[in-house]
Design a protein around this ligand. Sequence first.
Ligand code: GLA
Length: 700
Amino acid sequence: MTEARLACLHGNGWSIVFECPDAGPPIWRHIGERVDPAGLPALASLRGATTFSLDEPVPMAAIPLGGTGWFGPSVLAVRSQDGAALLLSDWQVEETADRLVITGADPVLGLAVTLTLASQPGGALAATTSIENRGTAPICVDALASAVLPVPAGLDRIMAWTGRHTGELAETSAPMPGHGWQRETRLGIPGHGGPCGALLLGEGAGWHAGLVLAVQLAWSGDARLAIERQEDGGHVLLAQARLLPGELRLAPGARHEAPPLLLALSQGGRGGAMAMMHAAVRARLDWPGGAMRPRPVHLNSWEACYFAHDEARIRRLAEAAAAIGVERFILDDGWFRGRNDDRAGLGDWDADPAKYPRGLAPVAAHVHGLGMEFGLWVEPEMVNPDSDLYRAHPDWVLYLPGQPRPTARHQLVLDLRRAEVRDHLFRALDRLLASVPIDYLKWDHNRALAPAGGAAQVAGTYDLLARLRAAHPAVEIESCAAGGGRIDAGIARFTHRFWTSDNIDALSRISMQRGVLAFMPPELMGAHVGVSPSHATGRVQSLAFRAAIAAQGHFGVELDPDALDDAERAALAEWIGFWKQWRHIIHGGQLHMGEAADGLLWQAHGTGDDWLLWVIRLDPARDRYPAPIRLPFAAARDWQVRLLRHAGPSAVLTPRAGAAFKAMRETPQGFTGSWLASAGLPVPGQAPESALILHLEALP
Ligand code: GLA
């Protein structure tokens, strides 16, 4: 028996194993749970030819390429001048403790292709493929995947998210396909289904246990995630940023890297994979000053006054915000020249002289004087045909010569592939940031791209963001796209918050937020208290319930505090105080989620010693008593549990809720970890649309 020569990468609970034959490419032998591959026989000694197949079967290479006898998906499609197929040789494998780098080169075409697999902080893995033209002629690249990987054995269900404006991140589930499954986006941005990602679940995998693979592509444009069944019964996963035909032309000497695919493989269920994803995304963030500050409480002006504002109105709103404890005030859409509704003004990034005759500096100064940071809404990639910018440069938009220019929300998309357009936008934003003391930009993108701008449009946006970040490193940026249309780990390298949805209805938000949190840590998730009835759904919810759900993310207010009655205003101020007191726990560490009997949902944010636990009831209870909530994360310690909040309509706790729960408001109740993990935390009956918030503190 021939023993295989191997190259391995081992992480926390997972392993990747390649076989490196003397001739030919490294071949995939394993990706999945941690293994010891010592003594593994060579694949060629295990697999002969079958009937009607190649006499020497071609197994899945580290960099699989079609046209070579491999009949699964290809990493790469290129066009050479003479149409020759790509054939890699000259294989090199670099193996270190936290990285595997595999390179093959085609000496005829002069193209080198490199697959890099790198461990990420917190246990996830990043996979990417780069290409380099080492030849003398340009090479046209039609498709380049970040990676084509075998799906770890034992995964049999795909969970992915879809969505629309005001209906972000709706969960879907499908079995592993008999042929193929794919999630492909073509809007020019990831869209309202969230990042190009999915969870693959093993048999019986749930929130806390079972094998789960989470994947997300760190990319803000069109993308494809595909799963195909192979002839050995296994599946192959492909993730790629989509290219427009002909758009990637690699000049001699040039190199191009596909965006990383983040992979988190855990035996700790969805929660385990989520923790790895959060760590991987956190490692990509670039905070001003090098580290996240406690997230400031926002007030965003949009739903408080939409386009109807001027200096006096905004000063009053800012004063009302400061009075309830807001720490960052964001002036949303409507402040710039000609912008009285959504029909005009995008592109002309100076203050509207009718609304702000003295410019924005006095507003910013007033906001600062009230002790708050000043944020401003912009939508730099867009232009209204009714704007001075468009009148001066009608050719600066994405358009097809001689064809109509389809508007959406009365706007067109600027062509960020062009350097002069990016330079113009940089100068306009740079001037704005230099002339007004702006601490924060809410960066919006309110339409899909038609015609498409391809990957180069996304690269143009990244380039503009990178230049602005370098020139104004203290300014934080929020990524918004008609709500949550651009939530991804690609733009997260330049931004610090995502606007989750224009739907702030707390009931709608619960599932959306769970979707976002599958990929993103809670400190990035914008979550606001809006008015009731909700502007998006018309539903009525108590202020306490709205605040309790918003408290799971980066908390903010999306209403005019002066429009509330005194009691509600005081209650909102009190919630803001509550959130400030606990935000270090909410954002500080890990997250566990679960579902309990009779429709109860729970979610715990915290660290090993300290957790804030939400218990949420959406609908009226079916059972007379709620079943205790089993908290697997609590097993290793003993705890003091205090009931901090019961948030919802007035009768949140049913009138006969046990006396112990009333006492737990004042005095923490002790429970052993084994009791909480196995027997469960007893909870009182709750009204529908309500949340309990409890504090679990570990006993020494
Ligand atoms: C988008 C955003 C909103 C608001 C408006 C302004 O819809 O999601 O929060 O900023 O644009 O036009």
